[in-house]
Design a protein around this ligand. Sequence first.
Ligand SMILES: *Cc1c(COP(=O)(O)O)cnc(C)c1O
Length: 435
Amino acid sequence: MSDEDWGFDTAQVHAGAAPDPGTRARATPIFATSSFVYDSAEQAAAQFLLDDVEGFGYTRMGNPTTAVAERRIAALEGGADAVATASGQSATALALLNLLRSGDHIVMASQIYGGTTNLLVQRFAEIGITTTAVPVGDLDAWRAAVRPSTRAFFVESIGNPTGAVADLPALAAVAHDEARVPLVVDNTLATPYLLRPLEHGADVVVHSTTKFLSGHGTVIGGVVVDGATFDFGAEPERWPGFHVPDAGHGTEGYWARFSPQRQAYSRRLRSTVLRDYGPAPSPFNSFMLIQGLETLSLRMRQHVANAEAVVAHLRSHPQVLSVHHPSVPGTPFAEVAQRLLPRGGGAIVSFDIDGGLDAGRRFVDGVRLFSHLANVGDVRSLVIHPASTTNSSQPTEQLAAAGIGPGLIRLSVGIEDPADLIRDLDRAFLAAQSG
Ligand SMILES: *Cc1c(COP(=O)(O)O)cnc(C)c1O
């Protein structure tokens, strides 16, 4: 089977899967097993030495159900390889820990998911990795933040929650030509259906598969996709993790052994970082992820159409001060969105409600069809008031840099009938007024 020539709608159903050779099961089975029997002492030793990287040994490092999800997402993103993890948070953590060590530095966009800001700014500081946050669209600020110890740029293709769109080709040029580091992109809000960051200069893509890739809001998961584009061989002294041999894995580093197969980054991620930190996905969750992937493009088309209907309604609403979505004209991100997001700007819509914090709280208490909860990317429409929930632990200046005001409401627009969604929003606007 040649997956390369398939269109997106075919690849999302078929890439990476084949009928199970043992049973002829057509759907990918849930391989609920912790471990796999070795053929021989020789084959067991070869697996540990990474001389045999095809077979499975222990589900912490790989599982046949999970492998189908990995190969399918790699195909949809146009990547060389992918490694699935237990959550989006662990995907981001592992993707960066595969590049960085104590003493190193990250430059990240300030308009990103609050959980990622917590991880990079607070947790990483505890292990000696420092992070500078800069406005996503200010290229000079990215340049000025680079230090000799910088080893990664981190950005969201579409920022959560305010829809700031990253100019990936411009950021990739600064990352590669000036900072000499990989560009790592969280593509959760766009999904590969709307945007494939590797085609625009990114080197590594991470996802929370909890969101649109699964779509059903039932499981937590993450994935790291490797474009195999960054040359860790050009300046070996800057990337010791890829050149110093790993205990138990022979006498060569990952770059020498696996860059010919375009798997140096992904192999190190799986066989060292995922193996040792351990946040592996459950095969059951991978099975659920596969069910979601099969309808990704169909859902995204409806998500985008509904989001655009909601944006139009909000922009004409007297209780709305401003609307944030890549499709809104006249914003600093409109030109980048037009260039990078021809299929639409996704389904996360946020807006500032007149009346600030109190009106925001009354609004989320006033919905009935929208669910008030801390998730995005479900087929169901969701709403949250970030200042009092997801982002309440962040300091005020971090919130301001992320564009999160006291009256900001974030919607994740689902695939229901748009007229019903708009009626529900109007009900909540009425509730917000009666304070
Ligand atoms: C939800 C989310 C994450 C974290 O993913 P989990 O699966 O919740 O761990 C990371 N980035 C973005 C953009 C998200 O929306």
